[in-house]
Design a protein around this ligand. Sequence first.
Ligand code: UDP
Length: 237
Amino acid sequence: MGKYKRVLLKLSGESLAGDQGFGINPVVVEAIGKQIKRVHDAGIDVAIVVGGGNIWRGLAGSAKGMDRAQADYMGMLATVINALAIQDALEQQNVPARVQTAIEMRQVAEPYIRRKATRHMEKGRVVIFGAGTGNPYFSTDTTAALRAAEIEADVILMGKKGTEGIYDKDPNQNDDAKKFDNISYKEILLRSLSVMDSTATSLCMDNDIPLVVFKIDDFENIYRAAIGEDIGTTVGG
Ligand code: UDP
């Protein structure tokens, strides 16, 4: 048995897009689903928070003059589209999965109810949380921290594109950038490292939620991170 009984996997919207960089690539979603199935088959409870950046980001809209809250609601709806795609990929592989949304849309998904979410996991179902926190001005990273605390997940697994973990400076621009194997939330805030937004970072720090940041480009890393292999960067304390 690995070290985690229950994991919260944060998938950025971008990770569902594949090389096209936009929208949903069903082949990519299927490949991600296969790795989630492996985690599920290993007896680990899996909850997923998915972003929406492959479709729409609120900030991009407000930067071009849209009302920020309106643009953020559009972003939250984008995450629901992604959540349904992940649910489909899991169900195609016979993994029972439920979507719960923070904004009610009962014809397509259940509303978010914490006790129902944990019950689903006890019954061996994967739960996918859509529509972020349901509030504008927040991110899906903050959603991941919030839901992880609520469902008492042992860890947040955060897949990042293009980097192996957390570095002291941007590894894509600095050849001498050094990767951390372990780092504390305090140090992330002190060094202003762009891992998550500061709201999400503080929520994780205040509630002692461990985080593993790993490279999502290799989908097998989802499984490796979930069974507790030493990959990427572990954040805690
Ligand atoms: N969003 C929001 N409140 C939330 C979560 C998300 O308003 O609690 C909106 C916000 O506009 C954000 C968009 O949904 O830009 C997509 O989420 P995010 O940018 O976190 O997705 P990711 O970068 O992980 O793909």
